[in-house]
Ligand binder design. Sequence first.
Ligand code: DGY
Length: 322
Amino acid sequence: MTKPKVFLTRKWPRKAEEAIGEIFDVTLNKNDVRLSKLEIAKAFAVHDAIAPTFGDVIDKSVIEYGFKGQGKIISNFGVGVDHIDIETCKKFNIPVTNTPDVLTDATAEISILLMLMVARRALEGEKQIRENIWSGWHPTHLMGSLVNGKTLGIIGMGRIGQEVAKKAFHAFKMKIVFYNRSKIKKDLGFPIKQVSSVTELCRESDFVSIHCPGGKETFNILNAEAIANLKKSSFIINTARGDVLDEEAVFNALSKGLIAGAGLDVYKGEPIINKKILNAPNTVLLPHLGSATYETRTSMGMKVLDNLKAFFNNTKPIDMVY
Ligand code: DGY
């Protein structure tokens, strides 16, 4: 029996590439160059499956092109699928899978890291050491804000939001409030309070951390109006998608001293970053590191493999997006 043909749009961790190569007839992107829509479309047309990832644009033209050829399934390497036109996939009956669960801890860790770094002024301190401008310990040197015991407002109480809540509660005794479009009844084993709007969340929070999916419905979910309700001592953290945060409003709030800081891992139009964000005071900016651990990225590849194995064995993949 001939093996189904699978196209990986980017380089994966070696173990995961080897594992998928044992089961399928795989085309790798050895140089790891970012591919154009047309390149992905052409690849989809001559493979049974594509495994795209964040940064690839899988729009109607790509899906249609693949469908007219050999393309049968899109198995995304990553949990977020806002770069894939799901409605068109439905129309052409092309299933889409993703890789939830395995990146929950890694992404939650980066949210906590950003909270600590920005509140405790870690980058400013590190810079002083490297530039040899540290004048020594003194009582008013680089004072930041305590994270412990503060109120954390979470936007989007899915898997990652819940994990951030757990880590924040257990490690830092934080109080947890959250905004989620649907009602969440889950018992996390400690008190959590759902509020009915992002504005209300901002009013109550010392830290606001965003964990909702990207896409049209959540575009700028944390906007100027909501940010205006934050205290001057509060911080914004984003490890979700650049599109969910109004960067212009964050810049205005930071430069006018209306909030204390922001820790960001994702950006609108990344990897190009809005100059205002680059120049804003009191920021910690990371290059989309949410799931970037060896363990996590390998597990993400293994999930793609499992989903494809299920599909080509005529069973339902475990991580069906629709
Ligand atoms: C995801 O899985 O959506 C991440 O953002 C990619 O690391």
